[in-house]
Ligand binder design. Structure first.
Ligand code: G3H
Length: 484
């Protein structure tokens, strides 16, 4: 059989039917490790994208009238179908985005849990009644009924690094709130996203309620984002793309989960062993390709030698290699991303950083790299590598650590390692980030915690309850009671 014929071309779901594009063009996915092509997705036309949005708009009308219980039933069934497909979906994630098989399986299980919790939480989305009596100016006879209504059609755009979880984390809350969804996965990750939608279709998805759009962002991205039928955009990805979406979306509300440069701030009284463990797992899991990865260490100078030694020791137990072998550090998503990380490492070394470990590359695989004595004139001090490299910046004082942490354009999360809780809380209050982790690594979960970034790290709040709220709008109905 000829090689091209053996590559599966995945269809897209449009108004209840699995289809191939009239463009007769497909996009081939390259495996991060260079080991073959996991499949192809359709390059949809603008006209097909328009049909997806129109179909979603129509489907939302009936869905928005359904009870929370009925909506929850679809979500439970989706979670069940995902678990039935767990092995095949995990294998797809592994091949398509190079995630270790065990982590890919965990992603599917986490997603099913997320969907079930969302179904439960949606049922508790009650409104409120506000008594107008607190003002003197004749408002005592007024009552406001405040309800949360669906926004309409949500455009969900997911990234490559959690092609199933970060897609469902948008779609499930949107659906339980009564919205329809047009789902556009990142090109690399689109096969995994398609398999997840297969599970949703098997669960009994009403026609058009979730339409799947595949194609290159450079071809259909602007058309999608500026389409008049989009009522809200929920995007996870790079900060530059997020800013561009936000500008183009104009008055359409956006929820953006973007990049980060999460610091681990290690104080003199910290448990260095615990800090080192968290820095290694927080910085290197899935090769650092997580928005919440620890991306710099700010350590008080007199503890730096010991901490660096400790991190180096723990890095030795990291498994480097193929996703099939459950390695922690696997080839990065593509060559461009790998070149970028290599460039940051080289710049730091040229400017005097010390390589403690790593700095070895094989194709798209970069060995976990620890750089000590990193200074503010090096790009790695500020840029988000999205790869397996951690820079250590030595500081003289807590205030210097706070200043450097806040000098960043990003503000997603930060970790503080110390035994002094009062001090940790004071520092946490001064850090310009969405979440502070005291004595723990930076991470999004558990998934019902509020999750947000400030500055270039995002707009809006997610986390199951917050995501549902963020994808609804309040409707205020004022009852003016007679005063007699
Ligand atoms: O890449 C961005 C993700 O939201 C990070 O999620 O902390 O669960 O890895 P995570």
């Amino acid at each position: 059989m000829n090689k091209v014929e053996s590559i599966k071309a995945y269809p897209f779901l449009l108004n209840g039917e699995w289809k191939s594009s009239t463009s007769e063009r497909t996009i081939e996915m390259q495996s991060p490790s260079g080991a073959g092509i996991p499949g192809k997705v359709q390059a949809m036309t603008e006209s097909e994208v328009n049909t997806a949005l129109t179909g979603a708009k129509d489907a939302q009308k009936e869905w928005g009238r359904k009870s929370f219980d009925e909506r929850a039933r679809l979500l439970y069934s989706w979670a069940d179908q995902l678990l039935l497909m767990k092995d095949e979906i995990a294998e797809t994630i592994m091949k398509e985005v190079g995630k270790g098989l065990a982590s890919a399986e965990k992603e599917v299980i986490r997603t099913a849990d997320f969907i079930k919790y969302t179904a439960e939480e949606g049922k508790r989305l009650h409104g409120e009644l506000i008594n107008g009596g607190s003002f003197n100016s004749g408002s005592a006879n007024k009552f406001a009924l405040v309800n949360r209504n669906p926004v309409g059609v949500v455009l969900a755009i997911s990234p490559f690094n959690y092609p199933v979880n970060l897609a469902a984390a948008k779609i499930a809350p949107a659906l339980i709130a009564g919205n329809a969804v047009v789902f556009k996965p990142a090109t690399q990750g689109a096969i995994s996203g398609t398999r997840m939608i297969e599970a949703l279709d098997k669960a009994g998805l009403p026609s058009g309620l979730v339409n799947l759009v595949t194609g290159k962002g450079s071809e259909i991205g602007d058309y999608l984002i500026t389409h008049p039928l989009v009522d809200l955009i929920n995007f996870t990805g790079g900060s530059d793309t997020g800013k561009s979406i936000s500008e183009k979306a104009s008055m359409v509300p956006v929820i953006l989960e973007l990049g980060g440069k999460d610091p681990a701030i290690v104080l003199e009284d910290a448990d260095l062993d615990k800090a080192a463990s968290d820095i290694v797992s927080g910085g290197f899991s899935y090769s650092g390709q997580r928005c919440t990865a620890i991306k710099r260490v700010l350590v008080i100078d007199n503890k730096a030698d010991k901490l660096v030694e400790n991190i180096k020791e723990k890095m030795e137990s990291l498994k480097v290699g193929a996703p099939e072998d459950n390695a922690d550090v696997t080839p990065l998503i593509n060559r461009k991303a790998t070149d970028f990380v290599t460039g940051l490492i080289e710049d730091a070394i040229e400017k005097g950083a010390r390589v403690v470990s790593g700095n070895h590359r094989e194709g798209n695989l970069i060995y976990p790299t620890l750089l000590d004595c990193v200074t503010k004139n090096m790009a790695i001090a500020w840029e988000e590598p999205f790869g397996p490299v951690i820079p250590v910046i030595r500081v003289e004082s807590v205030d210097e650590a706070i200043d450097i942490a806040n000098e960043s354009q990003y503000g997603l999360q930060a970790s503080i390692f110390t035994k002094n809780m009062e001090q940790a809380i004071r520092i946490g209050n001064e850090l310009e980030v969405g979440s502070v982790q005291i004595n723990g690594k930076t991470e999004r979960g558990p998934d019902h915690f509020p999750f947000l970034g400030v500055k270039s790290s995002g707009v809006g709040v997610q986390g199951i309850r917050k995501s549902i709220e963020s994808m609804t709008r309040e409707k205020v109905t004022v009852l003016n009671m007679s005063q007699g």
